[in-house]
Design a protein around this ligand. Structure first.
Ligand code: ATP
Length: 455
């Protein structure tokens, strides 16, 4: 059964949450203590999948572009950074609380409250009407203290975005890497937002990871670069294997634009819960660099030798959440089909993203098969992430790997002992082909690199 609007299997989010726990992709944080709201831990397969998406982004952005440098700035930064960026004053969401059940909501997500009719709003949780408080602005930054004395002077923030770390290092990178404008600074790292209404599993969480790139350009060329980056980012999203009918661009109207942006477009994905932002492409103008220049009293200009001009560059930013990308990849890959009157659950992950590239099985635990299989797994390990499994029926072992998204299962059987060939089963087509034992590595590697299209 499929949801007719989104084309996803019915109840996909529930099924994903349970598959992620069962197979070791994602666990709730501190589960044995009852969990910590909206924070998640990544298990063996989840950590692998996350690393693969992260590495693919890094390679697509940093390694494949001569004009992009990768950096890693600290989560904690000088508190003045967040004053200059506007986050201390304005990184807020309107908060309202039901006085009856004390649940808190974003005021812009409740129809009547958003329209200014607070008294007419019914609480979606307890059903009481007219008990909402007037909305007040709630800052989403997490605060903590640096040093042993809890006093105002020592307040620092957990960064709500990685972008500022790239802005304050603009000169350092330009000078040390000898980059000329246009060039970009990319980074991947944790960000924290005290979201009022986190939810939809890992879609919106309070701790998450961003993959952001700030492209510094000459003012006047920013519109052109915006188009270039929007197309390049869309190409990368497609290269993850995401179905194109579940992708669209959403340009921000004037009321949606962030305070720093001249123009913004979201790449949206059709989640089981509707169209939502996956990645944002923003024209941030010279807003951030100018603010830091003023507040820090340090020049953040660029001197263009060819024209003898000095200017503060404009920035085209591409910003995507790593965890959200992982959710998109999982939601798009999840499939159910009837095979021999049983439901087969399969994650059709692009082979270059799959946590395990190949599983190696001896058909039975005798006749020399385990020895050959163990040796093959040992030979492959280090070149590929492989999984060795000798327990249970072959059908069960296949199904476990289908749920893990493993593209190939390699089985050592009676014929292997005779002619050094193995069976390779394709996760998607279920076809089985015979491959020479010493050709397995090349076979799997070829399939993995064929899937890694240019992003
Ligand atoms: P929203 O308006 O939905 O709160 P945003 O537009 O402020 O999000 P950005 O600041 O542009 O988001 O962040 C860039 C990317 O980081 C988003 O496209 C998304 O993929 C990811 N992201 C933002 N907030 C969260 C969160 N709370 N949990 C997980 N990922 C997030």
């Amino acid at each position: 059964m499929h949801d007719t609007e989104t084309g996803h299997p019915a109840d996909l989010m529930d099924k994903l949450v349970s598959l992620c726990k069962r197979r070791g992709f994602i666990f709730q944080s501190s589960e044995i203590y009852g969990g910590l709201g909206s924070v998640y831990d990544y298990g063996p397969l989840g950590a692998e999948l996350k690393n693969n998406i992260r590495d693919d982004w890094w390679s697509a952005m940093v390694h494949r572009h001569e004009d992009i440098e990768g950096i890693e700035s600290g989560i904690l930064m000088h508190p003045e950074v967040w004053v200059a960026s506007g986050h201390v004053g304005g990184f807020t969401d309107p908060l309202t609380e039901c006085r009856n059940c004390h649940r808190r909501f974003r005021a812009d997500e409740l129809e009547e409250v958003a329209a200014g009719n607070v008294a007419a709003q019914q609480c979606p949780v307890c059903g009481t009407t007219g008990e909402f408080t007037e909305p007040r602005q709630f800052n989403l930054m997490f605060k903590t203290f640096m040093g042993p004395v809890e006093e105002d002077a020592a307040i620092v923030y957990l960064r709500p975005e990685t972008a500022q770390g790239s802005y304050v290092n603009f000169r350092n990178v330009a000078d040390s890497a000898r980059q000329k404008i246009p060039f970009g600074v990319a980074q991947i790292g944790k960000a924290f937002r005290n979201e009022i209404t986190p939810g939809n599993f890992i879609f919106r969480t309070r701790e998450f990871e961003q993959m952001e790139m700030q492209f510094f350009v000459k003012p006047g060329t920013d519109e052109e670069w915006f188009e270039v980056w929007r197309e390049r980012r869309m190409a990368w999203v497609r290269s993850l294997g995401i179905r194109s009918e579940r992708l669209r661009l959403h340009p921000h109207g004037p009321d949606e634009l962030a305070h720093y942006a001249k123009r913004a477009e979201d790449i949206q994905y059709l989640f089981p819960f509707g169209w939502q932002e996956f990645e944002g492409i923003h024209n941030r103008t010279d807003f951030d660099l100018t603010r830091h220049q003023e507040r820090a009293g340090k020049k953040l200009e660029y001197f263009e030798q060819a024209t003898n001009e000095r200017y503060v560059p404009y920035v085209v930013e591409t910003a995507v959440g790593l965890n959200r990308a992982l959710l998109v990849v999982l939601a798009d890959a999840y499939d159910e089909e009837e095979v021999e009157s049983e439901t087969r659950v399969v994650l059709r992950l692009a082979p270059h993203l799959a946590p395990v590239k190949a599983a190696v099985f001896p058909l039975v635990k005798k006749d020399g098969m385990p020895e050959i299989a163990e040796k093959l797994a040992a030979d492959l390990r280090g070149r590929l992430n492989v999984f060795y499994d000798a327990s249970g029926s072959i059908g069960r072992r296949y199904r476990r790997q289908d749920e893990a998204g493993t593209p190939f299962c390699v089985t050592i059987d009676g014929q292997t002992v005779e002619d050094d060939s193995v069976t390779v089963r394709d996760r998607d087509t279920l076809e089985q082909v015979r491959v020479p034992l010493d050709g397995v590595l090349a076979f799997v590697q070829d399939a993995v690199s064929a899937a890694r299209r240019d992003g």
